[in-house]
Each structure stands twice: as C-alpha cells, then as structure tokens.
Design a protein around this ligand. Structure first.
Ligand code: PMP
Length: 421
C-alpha cells in the first residue's frame, strides 16, 4: 500500500506540490511529535503542519473539543451566524489579545487560510483610509494570493512598495545589529517623507514580528517600536502578520508583545485553528467602516476549526506554554550557539522562543557576511550615494495614494518567496 500510494500520488498530483513532497512517507497515525507511516516506521515530525500544531498532533484536549461538537449535533458549517461554539472561540481569542487591542477590537472570520486573512486586512485598511497602496518588507512572506504574494516580493502589481527589513546576518546595509536596524528605520522614514518617493500615502504597512519564510529573522524590539511610531505619526494602519508567530511560539502569546506595541490589525491563522483551517483578522474597532457584504467567504463558519482553536488557545494560555517556549528556546539557542562556535558550517543561529533558525553554510564560502555585503553593494543597496541613496529599492509602486495610477517601472528586489511553512 505504501509504495502504491506514493506512486499514484506523484503521478496524479500537481507538480506545484511543495511541502515536504519528496519525503517517501505515508502518514497514517500521529500523536504529539510522532508520526507513523503506512510501512510501520515511526518518525519525529519536524514539519509540525507548517506551524499549525501548537500542541502537537491529536492532542487530547483538541480531539475532545472536536468530538464534543460532533456529538452535540451542532451544524458543522454556519456561514456568519452566531453560535455557542463561535462565541466560545471569540471569547477565548479576546482573552489572549495584547492589552491595547483587547478592549476595542473587532474580529472578522476570513476563511481557511492565512493568505485569505492577509487579503482581508488589505481590503480593510483600504476601505478605512480610502487609500490604496501597501508597504511591506524585503524577505516578507504573506501568502500566495495576488495581494499577499505582491507583498512577499512577487510581481502582481497590486501596488505594494517594499522597504528594508532589519537583519543582522545578512544586513542590507552591511552593518547589522542596532546600527542596521536604525538605518532600516531611517530608510522607511525618509521614503515616507520624500514627496518624490511615490509612497507617502499608503493604506497600510504590513510586517512580520519574526519573519518566518524569510529565514526566521526576529525584528529588533526597538525597530518594531519605531515602525509603530512612524505609522502612528502618519495615520497609517499597522498590520502585524502573526500567522506564523502566534499562539506562544516565540515565547509570548503574540510576538508583538515582545516590543510592547499595539498594531491596528493582526492577521492570525495556522495554530489558532488547532490544526484545522481557520483565519481571522482582529482590528481596532474604528477601522470597521466597511459595509455588510464588503468581504465574504463561504468557509468562514467552520465550527470544528473554531472548537479545536478555542481548545488550543485556552490550553496554551492556562498552561503558560508561551513561557515554556521562552525557557526551552533559550536553552536551545544556547546549545545551538555552542554548535555554531564548534562547526564552520553553521553560519548563524537566531530566533525567539521556539521559533529558531539555523543558517547552514558552505564553510569555504565564508566569510559569508563579507560576500553577502559585496553582493548587496554591487546591487546598489548600500551604494556609493550613501545607504539611503537608492530609492528604486523601495519598490517602484507609483504614487500609492492615487487610485488608478499604474505601477512605476522598478520592481522590488530582495529575497524570493520561500517554500512556505
Ligand atoms: N503569513 C505568514 C507570516 C506565513 O508564514 C504564511 C504561511 N507560511 C502565510 C501568511 C500564509 O498562510 P497560508 O499558507 O495559510 O495561506
């Protein structure tokens, strides 16, 4: 059966299959960290449902919550109707929200996927501001629909301008650390203030507190606070994409809590559905100016996902699993840094909580930093005209404030879209 399933699947499924498609594993059972294959082999699951499994596979509290809905005879799908299951999910979700948002937030169910919620967030801020463009960051990943993809560095012309995201190891300015973050912040400020930049009046800014697909790159807290200040000063709604960073993974329930900022919109998916498909946006209630019907989606009323999600959120909160992720993450980072010191092939170790990335490099390509800097320099990112000299890098999205303008000639550069996860 094992071989036949693998053979039929690779013959009939799309070539665009991505996640771990090359693994010759046919999972038939799973619990916690372990997956069992059709051939009887057992595996440690390092994929973790691309970040959906905050409690591992088939956690008893999640299964119990799903069974309870099934046994109660509740409708499994309710579109946008009010139900006790939805009520319990919303109540629990609001218990977890950062304090600045919990008191005056609205939630919108967006559909099964994170990318649905990203699109909804873009539409929300466009409706609320009457403006069109979106600011996003180099190396970002927000999904695979057109708007989300453009914000991830695609080429779908939905008027997204991309700005440098601070990073230490592959700093676009070649300096890293606090100085690099400061230069990235100044770049954003100067672009927004320059009448000639064409990106002065965007509808919103979207950022990941820790870039996931971009290579697990935690944003410095000070840079996050700067982005909050810069957007607040200019009345630009700030959208935090916590699809991958949420539900305790980074050592706080939501990753924006590390810097203490309150975003105007949060995009949530993956773990909030307790392994079932669920995506929402949570946002400041005064942004809720769009009309009934302005945004729809058939699969927003998935009661099983809400029940599994509610059980997961409650379990993480009650058992303080975010703190546990912080403790385990510190231990793991220390151990990995020990390995990095020992082995030349480990270029960098970084992360927050248990969201950790290790750069495996070819030692002969070291010093990597210098090589990367040289490459960036020759691409003009940190060019002779000074680090803030190359405006083309911010994306060439035309004047983001004027509906109907065609995009400018320059295309965003930077890291490509990852494989997802
Ligand atoms: N935003 C972030 C930060 C993500 O990591 C992802 C998925 N990797 C998405 C959005 C898109 O989510 P989905 O794949 O469910 O559409």
């Amino acid at each position: 059966a094992h071989e036949g399933i693998l053979r039929r699947q690779s013959a009939r499924e799309s070539a665009a299959r991505t996640y771990a498609r090359a693994l010759p594993i046919v999972p038939v059972r799973a619990r916690g960290l372990t997956i069992e294959g059709a051939d009887g082999s057992r595996y440690l699951d390092c994929l973790s449902g691309a970040g959906t499994l905050a409690l591992g596979h088939n956690h008893p509290v999640v299964l119990e919550a799903i069974r309870k809905v099934l046994d109660s005879g509740a409708p499994l799908h309710v579109l946008d109707l009010a139900t006790p299951v939805k009520d319990a999910f919303i109540t629990e979700l609001f218990r977890t929200l950062p304090p600045g948002l919990a008191d005056n937030a609205r939630v919108q169910f967006c559909g099964p996927a994170g990318t649905d919620a990203v699109e909804a967030a873009f539409k929300l801020v466009r409706a609320a501001t009457g403006r069109t463009g979106i600011l996003a960051f180099s190396g970002a990943y927000h999904g695979m629909t057109a708007g989300a993809l453009e914000a991830s560095g695609g080429a779908y012309d939905v008027r997204v301008a991309r700005l440098p995201y601070p990073q230490d190891y592959r700093c676009p300015f070649g300096v890293g650390g606090e100085q690099g973050a400061e230069l990235a912040a100044r770049w954003t400020e100067s672009v927004l203030d320059d009448p000639k930049s064409g990106v002065r009046h965007p509808a919103g800014m979207i950022l990941e507190p820790v870039q996931g697909e971009g290579g697990v790159i935690p944003a410095p807290d000070e840079w996050m606070r700067r982005m909050r200040q810069i957007t607040a000063d200019r009345s630009i709604p700030l959208i935090a994409d916590e699809v991958q960073t949420g539900v305790g993974r980074t050592g706080s329930f939501w990753a924006v809590e590390h810097s203490g900022i309150t975003p105007d919109v949060m995009v949530l998916s993956k773990a909030i559905g307790g392994s079932l498909p669920l995506a929402v946006i949570v946002y400041r209630d005064d942004l809720d100016t769009w009309q009934p019907g302005a945004h729809a989606g058939t699969f927003r009323g998935n009661q099983l996902a809400m029940a599994a999600g509610m059980a997961t959120l409650a379990y993480v909160r009650e058992n303080r699993l975010a703190e546990r992720a912080a403790d385990l993450g510190t231990r793991m980072l220390n151990q990995l840094r020990g390995l990095a010191a020992e082995f030349d092939c480990v270029g960098d170790v970084r992360g927050r909580g248990l969201m950790i990335g290790v750069e495996v490099v070819k030692p002969e390509a070291e010093p990597l930093r210098e090589r990367e800097r040289e490459r960036e320099r020759s691409a003009g990112l940190a060019g002779e005209g000074g680090v803030l000299g190359d405006r083309d890098w911010c994306g060439g999205a035309g004047d983001l404030a004027v509906p109907g303008d065609s995009a400018g000639p320059g295309r965003p550069r930077g890291a490509g879209v990852g494989v997802g996860g």
